[in-house]
Design a protein around this ligand. Structure first.
Ligand SMILES: Nc1ncnc2c1ncn2[C@@H]1O[C@H](COP(=O)(O)OP(=O)(O)OP(=O)(O)O)[C@@H](O)[C@H]1O
Ligand SMILES: [Mg+2]
Length: 470
Protein backbone atom coordinates (compact mmCIF):
# COMPACT_ATOMS: atom_id res chain seq x y z
CA UNK A 1 0.00 0.00 0.00
CA UNK A 2 3.08 2.19 -0.02
CA UNK A 3 1.98 3.58 -3.36
CA UNK A 4 -0.88 5.71 -2.01
CA UNK A 5 0.03 9.38 -2.24
CA UNK A 6 -1.69 11.65 0.21
CA UNK A 7 -1.87 15.21 1.40
CA UNK A 8 -0.49 15.18 4.93
CA UNK A 9 -0.71 17.91 7.53
CA UNK A 10 2.11 18.01 10.08
CA UNK A 11 1.39 19.80 13.35
CA UNK A 12 4.18 20.38 15.86
CA UNK A 13 5.46 23.39 17.77
CA UNK A 14 9.04 22.16 17.34
CA UNK A 15 10.37 23.56 14.07
CA UNK A 16 13.17 20.98 13.84
CA UNK A 17 10.76 18.08 14.09
CA UNK A 18 8.51 19.67 11.48
CA UNK A 19 11.41 20.03 9.11
CA UNK A 20 12.75 16.49 9.43
CA UNK A 21 9.32 14.84 9.25
CA UNK A 22 8.42 16.97 6.29
CA UNK A 23 11.51 15.85 4.39
CA UNK A 24 10.83 12.24 5.16
CA UNK A 25 7.20 12.41 4.04
CA UNK A 26 8.10 14.23 0.85
CA UNK A 27 10.69 11.58 0.22
CA UNK A 28 7.90 9.01 0.65
CA UNK A 29 6.08 10.80 -2.14
CA UNK A 30 3.41 12.66 -0.16
CA UNK A 31 2.32 16.25 -0.38
CA UNK A 32 3.00 18.02 2.91
CA UNK A 33 1.59 21.07 4.66
CA UNK A 34 2.77 22.14 8.08
CA UNK A 35 1.29 24.03 11.03
CA UNK A 36 3.21 25.30 14.08
CA UNK A 37 0.19 25.23 16.38
CA UNK A 38 -3.38 23.96 16.76
CA UNK A 39 -5.10 27.10 15.55
CA UNK A 40 -3.25 27.13 12.25
CA UNK A 41 -3.86 23.38 11.96
CA UNK A 42 -7.65 23.82 12.20
CA UNK A 43 -7.48 26.54 9.61
CA UNK A 44 -5.49 24.34 7.22
CA UNK A 45 -7.96 21.47 7.71
CA UNK A 46 -10.86 23.71 6.75
CA UNK A 47 -9.13 25.16 3.74
CA UNK A 48 -7.12 22.28 2.37
CA UNK A 49 -8.85 19.08 3.58
CA UNK A 50 -5.72 17.01 4.10
CA UNK A 51 -6.13 13.24 4.02
CA UNK A 52 -4.04 12.66 7.08
CA UNK A 53 -2.75 14.67 10.03
CA UNK A 54 0.27 13.93 12.18
CA UNK A 55 -0.56 15.77 15.36
CA UNK A 56 1.71 16.51 18.30
CA UNK A 57 -0.21 16.24 21.56
CA UNK A 58 2.06 18.42 23.68
CA UNK A 59 1.80 21.95 22.41
CA UNK A 60 1.42 25.16 24.39
CA UNK A 61 -1.80 27.11 24.00
CA UNK A 62 -3.99 24.65 22.15
CA UNK A 63 -3.00 21.05 22.74
CA UNK A 64 -3.46 18.21 20.30
CA UNK A 65 -6.41 17.01 22.36
CA UNK A 66 -8.03 20.44 22.02
CA UNK A 67 -7.61 20.21 18.26
CA UNK A 68 -9.34 16.83 18.21
CA UNK A 69 -12.13 18.21 20.38
CA UNK A 70 -12.70 21.09 18.00
CA UNK A 71 -12.68 18.80 14.99
CA UNK A 72 -15.33 16.57 16.50
CA UNK A 73 -17.47 19.58 17.34
CA UNK A 74 -17.53 21.07 13.85
CA UNK A 75 -21.20 21.74 13.14
CA UNK A 76 -21.29 20.22 9.68
CA UNK A 77 -19.62 17.11 10.95
CA UNK A 78 -22.68 15.59 12.52
CA UNK A 79 -24.64 15.73 9.32
CA UNK A 80 -22.09 13.78 7.38
CA UNK A 81 -22.39 10.05 7.24
CA UNK A 82 -18.74 9.24 7.42
CA UNK A 83 -16.40 11.43 9.39
CA UNK A 84 -13.38 9.73 7.86
CA UNK A 85 -14.25 11.24 4.52
CA UNK A 86 -14.31 14.77 5.69
CA UNK A 87 -11.85 14.93 8.55
CA UNK A 88 -8.28 13.84 8.09
CA UNK A 89 -7.22 10.53 9.56
CA UNK A 90 -5.30 11.50 12.68
CA UNK A 91 -2.10 9.99 14.01
CA UNK A 92 -1.03 11.57 17.27
CA UNK A 93 2.54 11.92 18.47
CA UNK A 94 3.25 11.92 22.15
CA UNK A 95 6.09 11.55 24.63
CA UNK A 96 6.43 8.10 26.09
CA UNK A 97 5.59 9.41 29.54
CA UNK A 98 2.18 10.60 28.49
CA UNK A 99 0.74 7.55 26.77
CA UNK A 100 -2.52 7.97 28.67
CA UNK A 101 -3.08 11.10 26.64
CA UNK A 102 -2.65 9.09 23.47
CA UNK A 103 -5.35 6.78 24.74
CA UNK A 104 -7.59 9.79 25.29
CA UNK A 105 -6.79 10.92 21.74
CA UNK A 106 -7.84 7.56 20.33
CA UNK A 107 -11.09 7.92 22.20
CA UNK A 108 -11.56 11.26 20.47
CA UNK A 109 -11.19 9.61 17.10
CA UNK A 110 -7.45 9.42 16.43
CA UNK A 111 -6.57 6.41 14.29
CA UNK A 112 -3.19 5.53 15.83
CA UNK A 113 -0.35 6.99 17.82
CA UNK A 114 3.43 7.23 17.78
CA UNK A 115 5.53 7.69 20.91
CA UNK A 116 8.43 10.04 20.54
CA UNK A 117 11.14 9.46 19.66
CA UNK A 118 10.19 7.07 16.85
CA UNK A 119 12.10 5.46 14.04
CA UNK A 120 11.34 6.65 10.53
CA UNK A 121 10.50 3.07 9.49
CA UNK A 122 7.91 2.93 12.20
CA UNK A 123 6.44 6.17 10.92
CA UNK A 124 6.21 4.71 7.41
CA UNK A 125 4.36 1.63 8.63
CA UNK A 126 1.84 3.62 10.65
CA UNK A 127 1.15 6.07 7.84
CA UNK A 128 0.76 3.38 5.21
CA UNK A 129 -1.66 1.51 7.43
CA UNK A 130 -3.74 4.65 7.98
CA UNK A 131 -3.83 5.47 4.28
CA UNK A 132 -4.78 1.92 3.35
CA UNK A 133 -7.74 2.14 5.73
CA UNK A 134 -8.70 5.52 4.32
CA UNK A 135 -8.64 4.29 0.76
CA UNK A 136 -10.76 1.30 1.71
CA UNK A 137 -13.28 3.51 3.46
CA UNK A 138 -13.50 5.77 0.45
CA UNK A 139 -13.97 2.84 -1.84
CA UNK A 140 -16.79 1.46 0.28
CA UNK A 141 -18.36 4.89 0.33
CA UNK A 142 -18.19 5.19 -3.46
CA UNK A 143 -19.67 1.76 -3.98
CA UNK A 144 -22.46 2.40 -1.49
CA UNK A 145 -23.22 5.62 -3.31
CA UNK A 146 -23.35 3.77 -6.59
CA UNK A 147 -25.69 1.13 -5.23
CA UNK A 148 -27.96 3.79 -3.78
CA UNK A 149 -28.01 5.59 -7.11
CA UNK A 150 -29.49 2.45 -8.60
CA UNK A 151 -32.39 2.90 -6.24
CA UNK A 152 -34.76 5.44 -7.50
CA UNK A 153 -35.63 8.13 -5.07
CA UNK A 154 -39.09 9.60 -4.87
CA UNK A 155 -38.65 13.12 -6.18
CA UNK A 156 -41.20 15.83 -5.44
CA UNK A 157 -41.90 18.26 -2.63
CA UNK A 158 -45.30 19.57 -3.63
CA UNK A 159 -47.91 19.35 -0.89
CA UNK A 160 -49.80 16.68 -2.84
CA UNK A 161 -46.70 14.55 -3.21
CA UNK A 162 -45.57 15.05 0.35
CA UNK A 163 -48.83 13.90 1.81
CA UNK A 164 -48.76 10.67 -0.26
CA UNK A 165 -45.12 10.02 0.61
CA UNK A 166 -45.74 10.65 4.31
CA UNK A 167 -48.65 8.24 4.33
CA UNK A 168 -46.53 5.69 2.46
CA UNK A 169 -43.70 5.97 4.99
CA UNK A 170 -46.22 5.42 7.72
CA UNK A 171 -47.75 2.42 6.02
CA UNK A 172 -44.30 0.97 5.35
CA UNK A 173 -43.82 0.32 9.04
CA UNK A 174 -46.89 -1.88 9.32
CA UNK A 175 -47.61 -5.10 7.40
CA UNK A 176 -50.78 -3.66 5.88
CA UNK A 177 -51.48 -4.21 2.17
CA UNK A 178 -51.08 -0.95 0.29
CA UNK A 179 -53.03 -0.10 -2.86
CA UNK A 180 -51.34 2.44 -5.12
CA UNK A 181 -53.62 4.31 -7.48
CA UNK A 182 -52.93 6.94 -10.09
CA UNK A 183 -52.67 7.58 -13.78
CA UNK A 184 -50.01 5.93 -15.89
CA UNK A 185 -46.48 7.18 -15.22
CA UNK A 186 -47.22 8.89 -11.91
CA UNK A 187 -44.66 6.80 -10.04
CA UNK A 188 -46.60 3.92 -8.53
CA UNK A 189 -43.76 1.48 -8.97
CA UNK A 190 -41.23 3.99 -7.70
CA UNK A 191 -43.29 4.41 -4.54
CA UNK A 192 -43.83 0.65 -4.16
CA UNK A 193 -40.06 0.12 -4.17
CA UNK A 194 -39.64 2.93 -1.68
CA UNK A 195 -42.21 1.41 0.68
CA UNK A 196 -40.26 -1.83 0.55
CA UNK A 197 -37.02 -0.02 1.37
CA UNK A 198 -38.64 1.87 4.24
CA UNK A 199 -40.06 -1.33 5.72
CA UNK A 200 -38.38 -3.84 8.00
CA UNK A 201 -38.28 -6.20 5.02
CA UNK A 202 -35.80 -3.99 3.16
CA UNK A 203 -33.09 -6.64 3.17
CA UNK A 204 -35.45 -9.22 1.70
CA UNK A 205 -36.46 -9.52 -1.97
CA UNK A 206 -38.88 -7.20 -3.77
CA UNK A 207 -40.77 -9.22 -6.37
CA UNK A 208 -42.74 -7.60 -9.17
CA UNK A 209 -45.60 -9.46 -10.81
CA UNK A 210 -47.27 -7.75 -13.72
CA UNK A 211 -50.82 -9.05 -13.68
CA UNK A 212 -51.59 -7.62 -17.13
CA UNK A 213 -48.60 -9.02 -18.95
CA UNK A 214 -49.63 -12.64 -19.50
CA UNK A 215 -52.51 -15.03 -19.90
CA UNK A 216 -54.16 -16.53 -16.88
CA UNK A 217 -52.31 -19.83 -16.68
CA UNK A 218 -48.87 -18.34 -17.07
CA UNK A 219 -49.70 -15.73 -14.47
CA UNK A 220 -50.91 -18.39 -12.08
CA UNK A 221 -47.67 -20.25 -12.54
CA UNK A 222 -45.67 -17.08 -12.07
CA UNK A 223 -47.47 -16.34 -8.81
CA UNK A 224 -47.73 -19.75 -7.20
CA UNK A 225 -45.25 -21.98 -8.97
CA UNK A 226 -46.07 -25.61 -9.69
CA UNK A 227 -45.49 -29.14 -8.49
CA UNK A 228 -43.65 -31.64 -10.61
CA UNK A 229 -45.99 -33.12 -13.21
CA UNK A 230 -48.60 -30.41 -12.73
CA UNK A 231 -48.88 -30.06 -16.49
CA UNK A 232 -47.11 -31.32 -19.59
CA UNK A 233 -43.60 -29.99 -19.44
CA UNK A 234 -43.54 -29.53 -15.68
CA UNK A 235 -40.69 -31.92 -15.16
CA UNK A 236 -39.56 -30.38 -11.93
CA UNK A 237 -41.17 -28.53 -9.09
CA UNK A 238 -40.78 -24.79 -9.46
CA UNK A 239 -41.55 -22.12 -6.92
CA UNK A 240 -43.44 -18.98 -7.87
CA UNK A 241 -42.62 -15.38 -7.09
CA UNK A 242 -44.57 -15.40 -3.85
CA UNK A 243 -42.37 -18.11 -2.42
CA UNK A 244 -39.28 -16.54 -3.96
CA UNK A 245 -40.10 -13.32 -2.15
CA UNK A 246 -39.04 -15.16 1.00
CA UNK A 247 -40.66 -12.89 3.61
CA UNK A 248 -40.03 -9.84 1.44
CA UNK A 249 -42.48 -7.75 -0.57
CA UNK A 250 -44.62 -8.79 -3.53
CA UNK A 251 -45.73 -6.02 -5.87
CA UNK A 252 -48.92 -6.96 -7.72
CA UNK A 253 -48.72 -4.47 -10.57
CA UNK A 254 -51.73 -3.70 -12.81
CA UNK A 255 -53.94 -5.68 -10.47
CA UNK A 256 -57.02 -4.22 -12.16
CA UNK A 257 -56.20 -6.40 -15.16
CA UNK A 258 -55.95 -9.66 -13.27
CA UNK A 259 -58.14 -12.40 -14.76
CA UNK A 260 -61.23 -13.05 -12.64
CA UNK A 261 -60.53 -16.70 -11.75
CA UNK A 262 -57.15 -15.76 -10.33
CA UNK A 263 -58.65 -12.94 -8.26
CA UNK A 264 -60.29 -15.53 -6.02
CA UNK A 265 -56.97 -17.25 -5.38
CA UNK A 266 -55.23 -13.96 -4.70
CA UNK A 267 -57.94 -12.92 -2.27
CA UNK A 268 -57.38 -16.08 -0.29
CA UNK A 269 -53.66 -15.49 -0.36
CA UNK A 270 -54.08 -11.96 0.99
CA UNK A 271 -56.44 -13.12 3.71
CA UNK A 272 -54.72 -16.28 4.88
CA UNK A 273 -51.11 -15.92 3.70
CA UNK A 274 -51.59 -19.38 2.30
CA UNK A 275 -51.77 -20.92 -1.18
CA UNK A 276 -51.19 -24.11 -3.15
CA UNK A 277 -48.75 -24.50 -5.99
CA UNK A 278 -50.30 -25.38 -9.34
CA UNK A 279 -51.02 -29.11 -9.25
CA UNK A 280 -50.36 -29.18 -5.52
CA UNK A 281 -52.57 -30.45 -2.74
CA UNK A 282 -51.05 -29.02 0.38
CA UNK A 283 -50.97 -25.45 1.62
CA UNK A 284 -47.82 -23.41 1.53
CA UNK A 285 -47.60 -20.74 4.21
CA UNK A 286 -46.06 -17.38 3.44
CA UNK A 287 -45.23 -14.19 5.21
CA UNK A 288 -45.02 -11.53 2.53
CA UNK A 289 -46.14 -7.91 2.40
CA UNK A 290 -48.31 -7.10 -0.59
CA UNK A 291 -48.41 -3.86 -2.49
CA UNK A 292 -50.87 -3.63 -5.36
CA UNK A 293 -51.11 -0.98 -8.06
CA UNK A 294 -53.41 -0.06 -10.88
CA UNK A 295 -54.31 2.87 -13.09
CA UNK A 296 -57.78 1.41 -13.58
CA UNK A 297 -60.87 2.43 -11.69
CA UNK A 298 -61.42 -0.66 -9.57
CA UNK A 299 -64.84 0.44 -8.42
CA UNK A 300 -65.95 0.64 -12.03
CA UNK A 301 -64.48 -2.83 -12.49
CA UNK A 302 -66.61 -4.07 -9.63
CA UNK A 303 -69.70 -2.55 -11.24
CA UNK A 304 -68.96 -4.11 -14.60
CA UNK A 305 -68.13 -7.40 -12.84
CA UNK A 306 -64.56 -7.60 -14.10
CA UNK A 307 -63.22 -7.15 -10.60
CA UNK A 308 -64.33 -9.05 -7.51
CA UNK A 309 -65.96 -6.87 -4.90
CA UNK A 310 -64.48 -8.84 -2.00
CA UNK A 311 -60.96 -8.44 -3.39
CA UNK A 312 -61.59 -4.76 -3.93
CA UNK A 313 -62.62 -4.26 -0.30
CA UNK A 314 -59.63 -6.29 0.88
CA UNK A 315 -57.29 -4.04 -1.14
CA UNK A 316 -58.97 -0.78 -0.33
CA UNK A 317 -57.76 -0.70 3.28
CA UNK A 318 -54.81 1.59 2.60
CA UNK A 319 -55.28 3.27 -0.78
CA UNK A 320 -52.75 5.92 -1.78
CA UNK A 321 -53.33 7.98 -4.89
CA UNK A 322 -50.41 9.50 -6.75
CA UNK A 323 -51.40 12.90 -8.13
CA UNK A 324 -51.03 13.49 -11.88
CA UNK A 325 -48.09 15.70 -12.82
CA UNK A 326 -50.31 18.46 -14.22
CA UNK A 327 -51.70 18.96 -10.71
CA UNK A 328 -48.28 19.47 -9.19
CA UNK A 329 -46.41 21.59 -11.69
CA UNK A 330 -44.23 22.86 -8.85
CA UNK A 331 -42.48 19.47 -8.87
CA UNK A 332 -41.44 19.87 -12.50
CA UNK A 333 -38.21 21.83 -11.88
CA UNK A 334 -36.91 19.32 -9.36
CA UNK A 335 -37.88 16.33 -11.49
CA UNK A 336 -36.26 18.06 -14.47
CA UNK A 337 -32.97 18.48 -12.61
CA UNK A 338 -33.10 14.87 -11.54
CA UNK A 339 -33.72 13.45 -15.00
CA UNK A 340 -31.40 15.89 -16.72
CA UNK A 341 -28.54 14.84 -14.49
CA UNK A 342 -29.35 11.20 -15.03
CA UNK A 343 -29.62 11.38 -18.79
CA UNK A 344 -26.72 13.71 -19.45
CA UNK A 345 -24.51 11.30 -17.56
CA UNK A 346 -26.02 8.37 -19.45
CA UNK A 347 -25.42 10.15 -22.76
CA UNK A 348 -21.83 10.93 -21.80
CA UNK A 349 -22.53 14.68 -21.78
CA UNK A 350 -22.26 17.12 -18.97
CA UNK A 351 -23.59 20.38 -17.58
CA UNK A 352 -26.76 20.73 -19.64
CA UNK A 353 -29.56 23.04 -18.61
CA UNK A 354 -32.92 24.27 -19.86
CA UNK A 355 -33.49 27.72 -21.25
CA UNK A 356 -36.17 29.73 -19.51
CA UNK A 357 -38.46 29.32 -22.51
CA UNK A 358 -38.06 25.55 -22.41
CA UNK A 359 -38.90 25.58 -18.70
CA UNK A 360 -42.05 27.58 -19.45
CA UNK A 361 -43.04 24.93 -21.98
CA UNK A 362 -42.58 22.12 -19.47
CA UNK A 363 -44.62 23.95 -16.85
CA UNK A 364 -47.48 24.69 -19.22
CA UNK A 365 -47.77 21.26 -20.78
CA UNK A 366 -50.48 18.93 -19.47
CA UNK A 367 -48.43 15.71 -19.28
CA UNK A 368 -50.90 12.95 -20.13
CA UNK A 369 -48.05 10.45 -19.62
CA UNK A 370 -47.05 12.12 -16.36
CA UNK A 371 -43.54 11.71 -14.93
CA UNK A 372 -42.64 8.97 -17.39
CA UNK A 373 -43.41 11.32 -20.27
CA UNK A 374 -41.36 14.09 -18.69
CA UNK A 375 -38.42 11.73 -18.33
CA UNK A 376 -38.74 10.60 -21.95
CA UNK A 377 -39.00 14.16 -23.23
CA UNK A 378 -35.84 15.14 -21.37
CA UNK A 379 -33.93 12.02 -22.38
CA UNK A 380 -34.71 12.82 -26.01
CA UNK A 381 -33.88 16.50 -25.61
CA UNK A 382 -30.46 15.62 -24.19
CA UNK A 383 -29.72 13.67 -27.34
CA UNK A 384 -31.20 16.20 -29.76
CA UNK A 385 -29.49 19.19 -28.21
CA UNK A 386 -26.07 19.88 -29.68
CA UNK A 387 -24.82 22.31 -27.07
CA UNK A 388 -25.48 22.96 -23.38
CA UNK A 389 -28.81 24.75 -23.43
CA UNK A 390 -31.99 22.83 -24.15
CA UNK A 391 -34.49 24.99 -26.05
CA UNK A 392 -38.22 24.38 -26.59
CA UNK A 393 -37.53 22.92 -30.02
CA UNK A 394 -35.56 20.08 -28.43
CA UNK A 395 -38.50 19.12 -26.25
CA UNK A 396 -40.75 18.12 -29.16
CA UNK A 397 -43.84 18.40 -27.00
CA UNK A 398 -47.02 17.45 -28.76
CA UNK A 399 -48.87 20.68 -29.38
CA UNK A 400 -52.08 19.62 -27.65
CA UNK A 401 -50.93 21.03 -24.41
CA UNK A 402 -48.82 24.00 -25.30
CA UNK A 403 -47.43 25.53 -28.45
CA UNK A 404 -43.85 24.45 -28.41
CA UNK A 405 -43.58 23.60 -32.07
CA UNK A 406 -40.13 24.35 -33.39
CA UNK A 407 -41.42 27.19 -35.62
CA UNK A 408 -42.11 29.42 -32.66
CA UNK A 409 -38.68 28.92 -31.25
CA UNK A 410 -36.43 29.15 -34.26
CA UNK A 411 -35.27 32.68 -33.59
CA UNK A 412 -34.78 32.98 -29.90
CA UNK A 413 -34.68 36.68 -29.29
CA UNK A 414 -34.96 38.68 -26.11
CA UNK A 415 -38.74 38.54 -26.35
CA UNK A 416 -39.14 34.84 -27.12
CA UNK A 417 -41.30 34.30 -24.07
CA UNK A 418 -43.82 37.00 -24.96
CA UNK A 419 -43.76 36.00 -28.62
CA UNK A 420 -44.61 32.45 -27.64
CA UNK A 421 -47.44 33.57 -25.39
CA UNK A 422 -48.78 35.88 -28.09
CA UNK A 423 -48.74 33.19 -30.73
CA UNK A 424 -50.35 30.74 -28.37
CA UNK A 425 -53.19 33.04 -27.46
CA UNK A 426 -53.77 33.81 -31.15
CA UNK A 427 -53.96 30.13 -31.86
CA UNK A 428 -56.33 29.51 -28.96
CA UNK A 429 -58.61 32.35 -29.95
CA UNK A 430 -58.60 31.31 -33.60
CA UNK A 431 -59.50 27.73 -32.69
CA UNK A 432 -62.22 28.79 -30.28
CA UNK A 433 -63.79 31.10 -32.87
CA UNK A 434 -63.74 28.52 -35.60
CA UNK A 435 -65.22 25.85 -33.30
CA UNK A 436 -67.94 28.26 -32.23
CA UNK A 437 -68.81 28.97 -35.85
CA UNK A 438 -67.48 32.53 -35.38
CA UNK A 439 -70.03 33.22 -32.69
CA UNK A 440 -68.00 35.44 -30.35
CA UNK A 441 -70.23 34.90 -27.32
CA UNK A 442 -69.84 31.14 -27.60
CA UNK A 443 -66.11 31.38 -28.26
CA UNK A 444 -65.60 33.62 -25.22
CA UNK A 445 -67.54 31.18 -23.09
CA UNK A 446 -65.42 28.23 -24.23
CA UNK A 447 -62.27 30.20 -23.43
CA UNK A 448 -63.61 31.11 -20.02
CA UNK A 449 -63.35 34.87 -20.65
CA UNK A 450 -65.82 37.75 -20.93
CA UNK A 451 -67.24 38.45 -24.34
CA UNK A 452 -66.09 42.09 -24.08
CA UNK A 453 -62.54 40.96 -23.24
CA UNK A 454 -62.50 38.69 -26.29
CA UNK A 455 -63.57 41.60 -28.50
CA UNK A 456 -60.78 43.69 -27.00
CA UNK A 457 -58.21 40.95 -27.65
CA UNK A 458 -59.39 40.61 -31.26
CA UNK A 459 -58.90 44.33 -31.77
CA UNK A 460 -55.52 44.42 -30.00
CA UNK A 461 -54.09 41.48 -31.91
CA UNK A 462 -55.74 42.40 -35.19
CA UNK A 463 -57.50 39.05 -35.41
CA UNK A 464 -60.49 39.14 -37.76
CA UNK A 465 -63.77 38.19 -36.02
CA UNK A 466 -65.02 36.33 -39.09
CA UNK A 467 -63.94 33.33 -41.15
CA UNK A 468 -61.13 33.80 -43.69
CA UNK A 469 -62.66 35.20 -46.87
CA UNK A 470 -61.46 32.67 -49.47
N1 LIG B 1 -41.55 10.79 -7.91
C1 LIG B 1 -40.67 10.31 -8.81
N2 LIG B 1 -39.36 10.49 -8.62
C2 LIG B 1 -38.49 10.00 -9.52
N3 LIG B 1 -38.82 9.35 -10.63
C3 LIG B 1 -40.11 9.14 -10.87
C4 LIG B 1 -41.10 9.59 -9.97
N4 LIG B 1 -42.30 9.25 -10.45
C5 LIG B 1 -42.07 8.60 -11.59
N5 LIG B 1 -40.75 8.52 -11.86
C6 LIG B 1 -40.16 7.93 -13.08
O1 LIG B 1 -41.16 7.86 -14.05
C7 LIG B 1 -41.24 6.59 -14.66
C8 LIG B 1 -42.61 5.99 -14.45
O2 LIG B 1 -42.79 5.68 -13.07
P1 LIG B 1 -43.54 4.35 -12.61
O3 LIG B 1 -43.10 3.19 -13.46
O4 LIG B 1 -43.38 4.22 -11.16
O5 LIG B 1 -45.02 4.76 -12.99
P2 LIG B 1 -46.37 3.95 -12.80
O6 LIG B 1 -47.27 4.80 -12.00
O7 LIG B 1 -46.07 2.59 -12.29
O8 LIG B 1 -46.92 3.89 -14.28
P3 LIG B 1 -47.85 2.76 -15.01
O9 LIG B 1 -49.20 2.90 -14.43
O10 LIG B 1 -47.79 3.14 -16.44
O11 LIG B 1 -47.21 1.45 -14.71
C9 LIG B 1 -40.13 5.77 -14.07
O12 LIG B 1 -39.10 5.67 -15.00
C10 LIG B 1 -39.66 6.52 -12.86
O13 LIG B 1 -38.28 6.51 -12.82
MG1 LIG C 1 -46.22 0.73 -13.19
Amino acid sequence: MGSIKAKILLVDDDADILESLKNRLIWMGHEVVTAPDGRVALDVINKESPDLMLLDLEMPDMTGLDVLDRLAARPDQKKKANALLNDPVVIVMTAFATVDRAVEAMRLGAFDFLTKPFKMDHLTVVIDKALATLSLTRRVETLTGEINKGYEIVVGKSAAMRSVVDAARHAARSPVTVLLLGETGTGKEVLARAIHRWSDRASKPFMVINCAAMPEHLLENELFGHERGAFTGAITKEIGKIEAADDGTVFLDEIGDMPLPLQARVLRLLQDQEFQRVGGHHNVRTNVRFIAATNKDLRAGVKSQTFRADLYFRLDVMPLTLPPLRERAEDIPELTDYFLERHTVAAGKRGMRLSQEAMVCLSGYDWPGNVRELENVLARAVILCQDDVIEPAHLRLSSVGFPCEPDIQEDVTGSAYYDALDRYSRKLIGQALSRAGWNQTKAAKSLGIQRTYLTKLLRQKGIPGHPPQD
